[in-house]
Design a protein around this ligand. Structure first.
Ligand SMILES: [Ca+2]
Ligand SMILES: [Ca+2]
Ligand SMILES: [Ca+2]
Length: 476
């Protein structure tokens, strides 16, 4: 509850919509969901009346009546069915991604729906002898919004630094790297796990990844990864390949900070002028679920191992919910595939050491947790922090980037200024890609070390994050 309030107070319009949806209370009509349809979309499952998730047993909001269930090893179909019947649970879908199979996980997870509310259901599952654990299908959302629509000064302050602009000394110093002819590489790939990316944007299109192993629009899964015609990535929210459109504002904004085309006399420039960005949309109008986050993370992991692609990082400008072992497992699979998981520290103005924020608080060593700073070097008022749980600060207040805009019946390229740790995070993801481009073959651990060890000490971050400093890419 507190989280939602604080997000609203900084004007997160998505948080308002998201929160309002969950504030309705009452019983939800049961709907038949078969096991074979891959699950009705999250939005559909939330589109009727929903119940708010009681705050006394676990943190945050979750999809009502749903749980992610993990059986113990060796439990076969008969015993699983018996457990489902005993629990009066209906299987929404089985989560058994290619990445899980690649990593030797034969069990997967089951997303189930039951009449009991989530805390009650979790307690009951704990007593089932065949169950390893059951956890909520948490809902995640971003929390960034445009501020002053007439914002004109200090645009792209985050790209400058003391060597290129004394008045913008708290930026990342990326302009210094560009001056050194370090502007990224088209062979470096990152994935944006977020909303989709508006890939027709004039300042994004050239840097949007196109799956070279998938023939578009032939209704066939040419690369055999389980997703048909996944050309730009995948929409895990709707389970289709439509990742672009006028609604994809947050994802497009994040993408522009990482890799809007630089030097083209248009719009803005990302930290990387040259890069390829995979669109993994799992945030919809009503947020995104743990089950869909797992599928998105695993999609990237499998894409890297399947095609030997040079995927260095995922950008994760979202948060919510409590600890999820099944999501942590997916992040750990990404780590094993040498992919960084760069995560927003959250926008609750709180200390993550004392009150965990997920996914940035997971202990997986491929995570870089990012706080937000202002153009005058202060910790942004909304930013979470944490000496042991947050790694570094980066520009997140008044960040100008790419967005789609509706104009009559068409969608056009536009630009807007947003605030949030959502905006700080892609500066770090862009930095990871920039470093990978100028230091080919670097491991995820080496890239992380380079980012953290080059941070510039910053008084507002002293004691507030592990490095006590802000992102500095000037030497990348
Ligand atoms: Ca495919
Ligand atoms: Ca195809
Ligand atoms: Ca540009």
């Amino acid at each position: 509850m507190e989280r939602r309030k604080l997000m609203n107070s900084i004007g997160g319009f998505a948080a308002v919509a998201f929160g309002a949806a969950l504030l309705f209370s009452g019983c939800r009509k049961e709907q038949a969901v078969s096991q074979t349809d891959g699950g009705a979309s999250l939005e559909k499952r939330l589109s009727e009346e929903t119940v708010s998730f009681p705050a006394n047993t676990a943190r945050g909001e979750a999809v009502p009546n749903e749980l992610i269930v993990r059986f113990k090893p060796g439990v076969g179909e008969d015993r699983r069915q018996r457990a489902f019947e005993h629990m009066n649970a209906e299987v929404v879908e089985k989560l058994h991604t290619q990445a899980m199979k690649d990593f030797g996980d034969e069990r997967g997870y089951f997303l189930v729906r039951m009449p009991a509310d989530v805390p009650q259901a979790m307690n009951r599952w704990r007593d089932e002898e065949d169950i390893e654990y059951a956890e909520p299908n948490y809902l995640y959302s971003y929390s960034a919004t445009s501020n002053d629509p007439y914002f004109t000064d200090g645009q792209l302050w985050g790209m400058y630094g003391s060597s290129t602009s004394p008045s913008n000394q708290y930026g990342t110093g990326s302009a210094a790297a560009w001056a050194n002819n370090h502007t990224g590489s088209n062979s470096v790939i990152i994935a944006v796990i977020d909303e989709g990316i508006y890939n027709e944007h004039e300042d994004l299109n050239a840097n949007c990844w196109v799956n070279p192993y998938e023939i578009p629009n032939n209704k066939k899964d040419d690369d055999g990864n389980g997703y048909v015609d996944d050309v730009y990535g995948w929409n895990f929210d709707r389970n289709n390949n439509k990742t672009s459109g006028s609604a994809e504002t947050h994802g497009s904004h994040v993408a522009g900070t990482i890799g809007a085309v630089g030097g083209n006399n248009k719009g803005v420039a990302g930290v990387c002028w040259n890069i390829k960005m995979i669109s993994c949309k799992f945030l919809g109008r009503r947020g995104g679920s743990t089950a869909n986050a797992i599928k998105a993370v695993d999609y990237v992991t499998d894409m890297k191992t399947r095609h030997n692609l040079n995927i260095v990082a995922t950008n994760n400008s979202w948060g919510g919910g409590g600890f999820s072992q099944s999501l942590k497992d997916a992040i750990d699979r990404a780590e094993a595939a040498d992919i960084l998981f760069i995560a927003a520290a959250g926008n609750d103005s709180r200390n993550n050491d004392a009150s965990a924020s997920y996914p940035s608080n997971y202990t997986s060593s491929n995570i870089i947790a990012v706080a937000s700073i202002t153009s005058s070097g202060g910790l942004s008022s909304f930013s979470n922090y944490g000496l042991t749980t947050v790694d570094i600060g980066a520009p997140g207040s008044g960040i100008y980037s790419t967005v789609p805009k509706k104009q009559g019946k068409s969608v056009v390229s536009s630009y807007a200024s947003y605030n949030g740790t959502s905006m700080a995070t892609p500066h770090v993801t862009g930095a990871a890609a920039l470093y990978a481009a100028s230091h080919p073959g670097s491991s995820a651990a080496a890239i992380k070390t380079a980012i953290l060890s080059s941070a510039t000490a910053t008084s507002s971050l002293s004691g507030k994050c592990a490095t006590g400093g802000r992102l500095n890419t000037s030497g990348f």
